[in-house]
Design a protein around this ligand. Structure first.
Ligand code: BYC
Length: 333
């Protein structure tokens, strides 16, 4: 599934190999510039491959670790319907992780290697999942803000130059859209509820607002990978551009809920046709990335425990696959 060049441009727009005098690097960039999709078996610069392995695997880890903060509420969801919806949502995130590990594997890295990097603490995953979910409103805030930020970041990734990543993103974005709506709907119910429920919704917005802005990554001046990733059309917008789009999109939603974003400097700039927001606390972001966020240790411990407890499933699956292999397989080797 992942190696099909499903959305390459029509043949007349593709760059013919003979037309390019330079080496493979030059031809590669011309293909990228012409919006051709790069597929797993195509030649690609090593830096391009490594950048994709880094980004796609971090993305996969984020989906998997991202199941934990909301998973925490499955047994305590306030109704059977909410429980069903939340189970489906958390399960979707697991599915996203699985597609993304598969997409990373097309670049020549194994899933075991990637999972080991996560469990050893070497690999990064999104900073946002190192914050706690003390109330039911946090589940609403995650859907509304975290999935909302994820959609803003991931819609452009549907046009990423690497085919398998771009195609995985199409389905992921459809599901994220449902996730965002379910979160917003929880916030809407709470904000139309009792005074205590409105307070709970406001407190959750206060907790998740700034970490959601940090999700987009460091400011453009400090983003070491952006320039090259944009040249390779892995990224289509810079971190600051996407963050600004998210703010402009989300403030009217907060207004509709009657909630207040915790930023005293937030104001509408009619001349620039956008919201201006206050400074982000990058020290907090750096600390979370270094492993010192409120829940870093808890998240990794939970993943390590799940991995250890799932060992028998992996062993059983391998034993079954070995048994089911036809007797002739492997004789030629
Ligand atoms: N957290 O040069 P930069 C979801 C790192 S899950 C941690 O700008 P880049 C969901 C960055 O990796 C969706 N680290 O990097 C799931 C780099 O470090 P290394 C998650 C961050 O790659 C469950 C360094 O900072 N989405 O939706 O050009 C429930 C310099 O940054 C973060 C994705 O993964 C961060 N927030 O741009 C609910 C999207 N930001 O590797 C929801 C895919 C930056 O040099 N990823 N870093 O050590 C991307 O789009 C890009 O990788 C980023 C960063 C925009 C995040």
């Amino acid at each position: 599934m992942y190696s099909q060049g499903l959305d390459n441009p029509p043949p007349e727009r593709m760059v013919p190999a003979a037309a390019v005098a330079g080496g493979p690097g030059e031809r590669f960039q011309l293909r990228v510039d012409a919006e051709e999709k790069i597929e797993p078996k195509d030649w690609m610069p090593d830096g391009y491959r490594q950048t994709l392995i880094r980004q796609i695997s971090q993305h996969a880890h984020s989906e998997i670790v991202g199941m934990l903060p909301e998973g925490n509420w499955i047994t305590r969801a306030p109704s059977l319907l909410r429980k069903c919806i939340l189970i489906a949502k958390v399960q979707d995130e697991g599915g996203h992780g699985a597609y993304l590990y598969s997409a990373a594997e097309t670049l020549g890295v194994s899933r075991e290697e990637l999972v080991d990097q996560l469990l050893s603490g070497k690999a990064k995953y999104s900073s946002i999942f190192n914050y706690p979910t003390p109330t039911w409103a946090d589940v609403g805030a995650i859907g509304w803000l975290v999935d909302g930020a994820a959609i803003m970041n991931q819609i452009p990734l549907c046009r990423c130059s690497y085919g398998p990543y771009a195609r995985a993103m199409v389905r992921v974005c459809r599901e994220e859209s449902f996730h965002q709506r379910q979160g917003y709907e929880i916030m809407l119910k709470l904000s139309q509820g009792t005074a205590a429920q409105r307070e709970m919704a406001q407190a959750a917005l206060n907790r998740w607002w700034w970490p959601s802005l940090m999700m987009f990554g460091p400011s453009d001046n400090d983003s070491k990978h952006s320039t090259q990733s944009m040249r390779w059309k892995i990224k289509r917008f810079s971190n600051d551009e996407l963050r600004q789009k998210f703010v402009d999109f989300t403030i009217p939603q907060a207004d509709y809920l009657g909630l207040k974003v915790p930023d005293p400097e937030l104001r509408w700039d009619a001349g620039a046709d956008c919201y201006r927001f206050g400074p982000i606390d990058w020290t907090e972001f750096d600390e979370v990335l270094k492993g010192h966020g409120p829940c870093n240790r808890e998240r990794l411990d939970a993943r390590r425990k799940a991995h250890a407890e799932g060992a028998w499933v992996r062993e059983a699956a391998l034993a079954y696959a070995a048994k089911s292999r036809p007797a002739t397989a492997g004789r030629a080797a």
